[in-house]
Design a protein around this ligand. Structure first.
Ligand SMILES: *Cc1c(COP(=O)(O)O)cnc(C)c1O
Length: 359
């Protein structure tokens, strides 16, 4: 019997000749991550994370934070990292304070509530999407009653979903407010590298030295194919995390394909180089459109995102030309730049936007 031969894989047709800036997840895999996967693919190794790559990657991440005692885990994506960290830090009868635009609240389909088995997300009003000591105090007042879901954790996103940075002083003030109230502080660092690159500080300064207890450390948006890290700076806080990750289907049987790229990204410095390039690309786009009629920045460009206010007519015209970008926060247009953003594509997008404004 002859089996049918599979058709040769074909490239999907490109909609436009330029790369898109809809999301930093549109980007491919950077060479450092890809080579590491290739190297890991050429040999057999123990399964479920009991392999040399995973041990070395966890050690390298801990060293990157100058925190040899930190517990480091690798999961498939940021939603799992956030949900499982928050479930580990928050009992099912307590709550998690975060901003009203937090990815954990708006874009994870209740994963934190689900994996915690009952915890609630509380989203007090936050100026520009940034949690403040005042917003924590407000949430604490609202839940003072024994019957309310007492807060146990605060989750902040660095940089925020609208591309802004918390300064180290702001993080410290939030951490103090947390610790004064007996709360833990979690940082959603889906774009943590972009924040480190932008603030030119150490990973340690942005986290445990400023009072952060646990971090979701994004690798995917930084240039890897898959795999985000979780870092608990106090080992006791990690209790139960591995068990939860296993229960949630987040312990990769071939864990080395998540961890080997992490080792390479950290050792080569690509994690920071990629973020610097992405941030500079966002600045280049903002520069290219500065002064354009009817187009305004919604927020200052502080990381790898550019958020624009512009007439719907212009956005529709740009989309009609094949460009992809998100509409967020009830009418702000988001452009995201990644490790692979090319100057010619940025110039093409800016030129097209200029044409769309004039029609
Ligand atoms: C992308 C992102 C995540 C993780 O999303 P996944 O799609 O699950 O990898 C988490 N938080 C923020 C702020 C993000 O932008």
């Amino acid at each position: 019997m002859t089996l049918p031969q599979p058709a040769a894989p074909r490239q999907p047709p490109a909609t436009i000749p330029h790369q898109q800036f809809g999301s930093d997840n549109y980007a491919g895999v950077c060479p450092q991550a890809l080579e590491a996967m290739n190297r890991a693919a050429s040999a057999s190794a123990p399964a479920y994370g009991d392999d040399p790559w995973t041990r070395l990657a966890a050690k390298a991440v801990a060293e990157l934070f100058a925190a040899p005692q930190a517990r480091v885990f690798f999961v498939f994506n940021g939603t799992a990292a956030n949900a499982l960290v928050l479930a580990t830090l928050c009992p099912p009868y307590c709550s998690i304070i975060t901003s009203e635009i937090a990815h954990v609240d708006t874009s994870e389909r209740g994963a934190a509530e689900f994996f915690s088995g009952g915890a609630r997300l509380i989203t007090p009003p936050t100026p520009d999407g940034k949690v403040t000591p005042a917003s924590i105090a407000q949430a604490m007042r609202r839940t003072r009653d024994f019957d309310a879901s007492t807060p146990a954790v605060v989750s902040i996103t660095q940089p925020t979903e609208n591309g802004l940075l918390y300064s180290l002083d702001e993080i410290r003030a939030i951490a103090n407010a947390c610790h004064d109230n007996g709360l833990r502080l979690h940082m959603d660092g889906a774009r943590f590298a972009n924040a480190v690159a932008a603030l030119e500080c150490t990973p340690a300064a942005m986290t445990w030295q400023s009072g952060v207890d646990a971090l979701s450390f994004g690798g995917t948006k930084n240039g890897m194919a898959v795999g985000d890290a979780v870092v608990f700076f106090t080992p006791q806080l990690a209790q139960g995390f591995a068990e939860r990750a296993k229960q949630a289907g987040q312990i990769a049987s071939k864990m080395r394909f998540l961890s080997a790229p992490w080792l390479s990204m950290v050792q080569s410095g690509a994690w920071l180089d990629n973020a610097r390039h992405a941030n500079a690309s966002a600045q280049a786009f903002a520069h290219a459109i500065a002064g354009m009629d009817e187009v305004e920045l919604a927020w200052p460009v502080q990381s790898n995102a550019v958020f624009l206010l512009m007439p719907e007519r212009v956005a529709n015209a740009l989309r009609a030309q094949g460009w992809r970008f998100y509409t967020m926060f009830g009418g702000v247009y988001r452009f995201m730049f990644a490790w692979d953003a090319r100057a010619d594509s940025i110039a093409a997008l800016a030129a097209e936007l200029g044409r769309c404004v004039r029609v």
